[in-house]
Design a protein around this ligand. Structure first.
Ligand code: NAP
Ligand code: MG
Length: 497
């Protein structure tokens, strides 16, 4: 019997009003893992009512005490790390070491946000008037809608839920339909740690029904969305005056200069391009390579790629797991066709694969002699496909790096400080790595992109700003009407009589 999971409304795991469920399958072997509720806009209404009821209580719950609940959650997550990591690999395919990293990221941010419960800083300033006190306080936004993708099924929800909680918001969480199990398990841990009922509500179901009902809901004040640019544009149009944070796609590049340590760059390109089977927003899908070392670097890459082993991510021998579903494989393969048609040279891969006749696998693919304006160098493929673009100078490399609509992550391999610092200054992206790959964000620094990647800044202190509002407070203790900009007379306070 396949297990059926509920949705969480006001502290109860219940069935959707639709009376329907959907299956989720393991992408490595296509076996059904479990059944999940096909949520409806009406389920979203019920969840919003529960979040509204819980808001006053949670807002008034002292922030350091909210922090204690998060700390407990971090401890529970730590205990459950291996179990969650294995579930994640089963549910979405990433290799087990990366799944452990995903859970670790959630532990890290949960601990970090627990500490923020004792800070939640704002600014206190002098006043231009005597006997007047100027400060500001941090307040919750209200009810948040959180919509997440499947590629970091515990980490991304944790980057949204934990700052939203510590800032005193209540929320409706809609996970991706490819990873509802990881989302449910994460939320169950938060419940066990003591998050009161109604504070987090979870509704599974399709983006077009549940997601869009959340985006449009009148009582929801904030939307935090991570996913594709197309849906990000829908959110921008439909969310109205809500506080919206968007984390969208990327077409991230690694520059490899002629003075680089090529072995180091090779490790970075393989990890960046084929880690999580190329399905990261920060995946290195473009390698912008100096022409002097191009031929050598190509040879090094091809020889390494040929040794990568495809397989079930639970096996310790697997280097590259499956893609998320059959549609994703189709999309990667379609881009292989496009690249060939555009005149790029396919050096390896370029084919779907099965293991024991099953699974959504795609062979790690490498194109070279790619022109910067080809579609394979411009559009997000979200699969294990890298485009090598040769350049002659650092200036040209930076122009290529910036010549896309996205602006998420970037990297440069060089031993020349001048190259490194010029890149830091001139690359248009939310992240630049020097001598390491395009992936590897840590939770205490801001994370996010610019341009077509959106505008959210999550994690670290930036995450607190994303999930709270600031109110300015003026306390006038002069006992007289003092008009700002009009009555500001310089000099010391008058002596008391
Ligand atoms: P997606 O198709 O945009 O889906 C993301 C989430 O939005 C899912 O929960 C989806 O629900 C939901 N959704 C779909 N249509 C919706 C609608 N009309 N209204 C509201 N919600 C809707 O993206 P994905 O394929 O899951 O994820 C891959 C994308 O995410 C890539 O572009 C990747 O670069 C990006 N990403 C960005 C970051 C970042 O931090 N910048 C991080 C990770 C991933 P269903 O699952 O039910 O369709
Ligand atoms: Mg699945």
């Amino acid at each position: 019997m396949v297990k059926e999971y509920g949705i969480l409304i006001g502290g109860k795991w219940v069935k959707s009003n639709s009376g329907e469920t959907f299956d989720n399958v393991n992408p490595a072997n296509e076996r059904v893992i479990a059944k999940f509720q096909s949520g409806t806009p009406d389920d979203v209404n019920r969840a919003v009512d529960a979040a509204e009821k819980a808001l006053g209580y949670w807002r008034d719950f002292p922030a350091p005490k909210r922090g204690e609940i998060l700390l407990k959650a971090a401890q529970l997550l730590r205990k459950d790390k291996e179990r969650l990591a294995r579930l994640m690999t089963m549910e979405m395919g990433k290799v087990i070491a990366e799944a452990r990293g995903d859970v670790q990221e959630a532990i890290d941010i949960t601990e970090y946000m627990a500490g923020e419960g004792r800070r939640l800083f704002t600014q206190t300033t002098p006043s231009e008037l005597r006997d007047k006190f100027c400060t500001s306080v941090r307040i919750p936004v209200g009810i948040f809608g959180l919509i997440t993708p499947w590629n970091f099924p515990v980490a991304i929800p944790s980057w949204k839920i934990t700052p939203a909680l510590i800032c005193g918001n209540t929320m409706i969480f809609k996970p991706a339909s490819d990873t509802p199990l990881c989302a449910i398990e994460f939320v169950k841990i938060l419940e066990k740690a003591g998050v009161p009922k109604g504070v987090i509500n979870l509704v599974t179901g399709s983006g077009s029904k549940v997601g869009s009902a959340i985006v449009k809901h009148k009582k929801i004040r904030g939307i935090s969305f991570t996913g594709s640019r197309e849906v990000g544009e829908f959110v921008t149009k439909e969310a109205g005056l809500k506080k919206v944070g968007l984390e969208l796609g990327g077409k991230n590049g690694i520059i490899v200069m002629d003075d680089a340590d090529l072995e180091l760059a090779l490790d970075g390109v393989i990890w960046g391009g084929y880690g999580t089977t190329g399905q990261r927003c920060t995946a290195a899908s473009r390698v912008i390579v100096h022409h002097k070392i191009k031929a050598k670097f190509e040879r090094m890459l091809v020889s390494r790629i040929k040794r990568l082993r495809l397989g079930d991510g639970l096996k310790p021998t697997t280097d590259v797991g499956p893609q998320i579903n059959a549609k994703a494989v189709e999309k990667t393969h379609e881009y292989t066709g496009i690249g060939i048609k555009e005149g790029a040279k396919l050096l390896c891969g370029g084919k779907p694969a099965k293991i024991n006749g099953k699974g959504f696998f795609y062979r790690p693919t490498l194109f070279t002699d790619v022109a910067p304006d080809m579609r394979i160098a411009q559009e997000e493929i979200f699969g294990p496909s890298i485009s090598m673009i040769p350049v002659k100078t650092l200036d040209e490399a930076i122009d290529v790096m910036n010549g896309i609509i996205y602006g998420l992550s970037s990297a440069i391999y060089t031993n020349d400080l001048k190259n490194a610092f010029e890149s830091i200054e001139r690359i248009e992206a939310g992240l630049t790595y020097v001598n390491s790959s395009t992936i590897g964000a840590e939770v205490h620094l801001p994370f996010g992109g610019i341009k077509g990647t959106g505008h959210a800044r999550e994690a670290g202190w930036a995450g607190i700003e994303e999930f709270s509002d600031v109110k300015s407070v003026y306390v006038d203790y002069s006992g007289t009407l003092q008009r700002a900009q009009i009555d500001n007379v310089p000099g010391p306070r008058k002596k008391r009589k």
